[in-house]
Unconditional design. Structure first.
Length: 152
């Protein structure tokens, strides 16, 4: 369920669910030309598959978004355009994301619920996230930060 702050996870879940039942055609391909009298049986069948996929994709996406978040989204779109519109609405700026990751690192405190190894691995994972955003923290900094928050 898309609640506003979990777009990335929601998108992965939607793509997985639709892909696993082979209903993601409308997300993978552009809308084919509408069939006419000269269209082949294969073209008509492909369009019918795409149209069904599009309809079910839209239903699945709309049902998995909290009602107050869906207002203002375009109604007359295909599934791919709808997914892009939702993504634009919930795109997080890179600077805000880096700020959140740095804040998470600075606020980390060791508690006995997790082992020391897991705690340090979590810190290294956060360091990797920052590195992906071109913020490089030295290993010495991470070690020092870990030593400062671990119990004596």
């Amino acid at each position: 369920m898309l609640t506003g702050s979990n777009f990335k996870r929601w998108k992965q879940d939607i793509e997985f669910a639709l892909g696993i039942v082979d209903m993601d055609l409308a997300l993978r391909e552009d809308e084919p030309a509408r069939p006419n009298d000269q269209s082949t049986a294969d073209q008509k069948a492909h369009y019918a598959r795409w149209e069904k996929s599009n309809r079910l994709n839209l239903i699945a996406m709309k049902r998995s978004i909290v009602e107050h978040l869906i207002s203002g989204l375009l109604e007359d779109t295909n599934a791919r355009q709808f997914l892009e519109a939702v993504g634009e609405r919930y795109r997080v700026s890179a600077k805000a994301k880096v700020g959140n990751i740095l804040s998470e690192l600075m606020k980390m405190r060791y508690d006995a619920a997790m082992g020391v190894r897991e705690f340090i691995l979590k810190m290294v994972h956060i360091q990797s996230k920052l590195k992906a955003h071109e913020i490089v923290l030295s290993e010495n900094y991470i070690v020092n930060q870990a030593l400062n928050v671990l119990p004596d």
